[in-house]
Design a protein around this ligand. Structure first.
Ligand code: HEC
Ligand code: HEC
Ligand code: HEC
Ligand code: HEC
Ligand code: HEC
Ligand code: HEC
Length: 351
């Protein structure tokens, strides 16, 4: 029955289109124009569906269940630490719980603390369809990312990827922009948060300390701009080998499909992750030696934090960059050129 009315919908669309063309007044024949938009169907006020696409593309027998299987592998579906700790707090919930994000995407803000926050579900990210066309995944947020730290500027990560960027972005501007001056007062939270992935991919928002390595222009990295790139290109490629799709785990298949050449078997393409880790360790040791970060060891595990106090600006910026890149956790993969420039110039500036 449903399928039947869907067919009628398409048929009606064709009839409308036919009638529209046959009513045009005759005149000299002009050059062929671009294809027009799909006509209104006129039955129930909803736009007709593009003839090439059917609802079945996505809503087929097992497709939704397959997504469930994949999603069960994602930390999003457990919420792990993030929901318990911050999912209920009004100031954190827009990124830390299902309830918070849905409120934020509908109303633009979270009304107040949430007493029973929960982890991501399908309709945390998928809301209501708008056009019902092939690229309409009914995602709640696809407009360019409005930054939490206004100084970072709007970032367009390309369509569906802006959903990811709404949460996976910095929460503060870098010290030189946040409070310009010769000195800066470090707090235990002088870093972009644990979520600067979008900023790094975009090449925007870490401290661009002047130095010998040039910074690439914002929004130009190939991993962002190439077709099949950006967040979904690497993290949601066709599900295979327990990666990609709705696991959100970066898939080596995506890397290899795009790079060509000898297939890589881990993410350390061209030695970039190893190199980034080495530079990060060097920077950390410098910051420890200067005394602007602290080290704590619990059960044999070392952790580091900014040491509160007033310090020269460049040292505060170095602290910010260290934690920004560390917590990004791709070890340079998100934007190899930007990360390389930040680390080289930051380390040089501390000499
Ligand atoms: C590009 C993929 C895609 C296409 C094409 C698509 N849908 Fe969906 N649809 C989804 C996703 C993803 C969801 C959210 C799944 C969930 O919440 O479990 C959804 C949800 C829905 C829902 C649940 C109600 C709601 O919240 O919107 C309905 C009804 C629906 N789609 C109808 C349709 C119809 C009718 C068509 C064809 C005209 C269609 N969809 C085409 C992907 C698609
Ligand atoms: C509503 C906010 C929100 C949205 C939207 C969101 N994330 Fe996340 N994401 C989080 C939070 C918070 C965590 C940490 C969860 C935890 O540790 O409990 C996380 C964890 C992750 C992880 C690591 C854990 C895992 O499951 O592998 C990856 C990778 C990730 N997100 C990628 C993405 C991508 C890609 C998108 C877009 C398709 C996206 N996220 C959309 C908030 C979000
Ligand atoms: C703009 C979105 C956003 C806001 C607002 C936000 N967070 Fe987060 N936070 C994230 C994302 C995304 C992650 C996960 C990053 C990842 O997995 O790499 C995260 C991770 C964390 C983690 C690390 C959890 C873990 O998996 O180890 C803590 C702790 C945290 N946030 C605390 C907070 C607190 C407290 C607040 C409110 C004061 C807050 N966050 C507000 C986006 C946000
Ligand atoms: C963290 C956000 C997020 C969550 C949670 C999520 N999705 Fe999606 N989903 C996306 C994004 C982003 C896309 C578009 C991917 C792209 O652009 O390639 C998508 C695409 C889809 C599609 C269309 C693509 C296809 O291959 O058929 C379906 C169907 C779908 N999701 C169903 C689900 C279901 C079912 C769930 C719950 C089990 C779910 N999604 C949970 C972000 C999410
Ligand atoms: C070029 C491919 C690529 C692109 C584009 C990309 N990522 Fe990643 N991402 C990776 C790789 C590789 C890792 C490292 C995973 C690892 O080492 O386990 C990673 C790590 C992460 C992590 C930490 C996950 C963890 O388990 O430690 C998060 C969160 C994340 N990416 C989110 C995003 C978001 C959000 C975007 C878009 C703004 C994005 N990524 C774009 C490849 C990519
Ligand atoms: C959409 C295509 C595309 C995808 C998908 C992609 N890459 Fe790339 N990547 C490129 C291109 C093109 C270059 C070279 C140009 C450049 O560096 O800007 C590159 C360069 C790199 C570099 C820098 C190499 C160097 O020696 O400087 C690393 C590291 C990298 N990719 C890792 C990955 C990983 C890991 C994945 C999968 C998780 C991945 N890429 C997915 C297109 C892609």
């Amino acid at each position: 029955m449903k399928y039947n009315s869907f067919l009628k919908l398409i048929l009606f669309g064709f009839i409308c289109a036919f009638m529209a063309t046959s009513c045009v007044k005759e005149g000299p024949v002009g050059p062929a124009g671009l294809d027009g938009k799909d006509g209104k169907d006129g039955i129930n006020g909803r736009d007709g569906v593009d003839g090439k696409v059917t609802c079945q593309v996505c809503h087929s027998g097992t497709n939704m269940e397959q997504k469930q299987r994949e999603f069960a592998m994602s930390i999003h579906s457990s919420g792990a630490i993030a929901v318990d700790y911050a999912g209920g707090r009004a100031s954190c919930a827009r990124c830390h719980s299902h309830e918070g994000f849905t409120q934020f995407s509908v109303f633009g803000s979270v009304a107040g603390d949430i007493t029973n926050p929960s982890a991501w579900k399908c309709n945390t990210c998928h809301g209501l369809h708008k056009s019902f066309e092939g690229d309409d995944y009914a995602l709640r947020k696809i407009d360019p990312v409005v930054p939490v730290a206004a100084a970072n500027g709007v970032m367009d990560l390309k369509g569906n990827n802006n959903l990811c960027g709404t949460c996976h972005q910095s929460r503060s501007a870098e010290p030189g922009t946040a409070a310009p001056g010769t000195n800066f007062t470090l707090t235990v939270r002088t870093y972009p948060h644990y979520s600067a992935q979008s900023n790094i991919l975009f090449g925007n928002g870490l401290s661009e300390i002047p130095g010998s390595v040039a910074y690439p222009a914002k929004g130009t990295s190939t991993h962002l701009t190439m077709a099949g790139g950006s967040c979904t290109g690497c993290h949601m490629g066709t599900f295979s080998a327990r990666q990609g799709g709705h696991t959100f785990i970066p898939s080596l298949k995506s890397c290899n499909d795009c790079h060509g050449g000898t297939p890589i078997t881990n993410y350390n393409y061209g030695g970039v992750q190893k190199d980034t880790q080495e530079k990060l360790d060097q920077l950390r040791d410098k910051l420890l030696a200067i005394g602007v970060i602290t080290k704590t060891t619990v059960d044999g595990v070392d952790s580091y934090a900014p040491k509160p106090g007033s310090v020269p600006m460049v040292q505060a910026q170095a602290v910010y960059n260290y934690f920004g890149i560390k917590y990004d956790r791709s070890l340079g993969v998100h934007n190899p050129k930007y990360v390389k420039a930040i680390l080289a110039n930051t380390i040089d500036a501390l000499k």
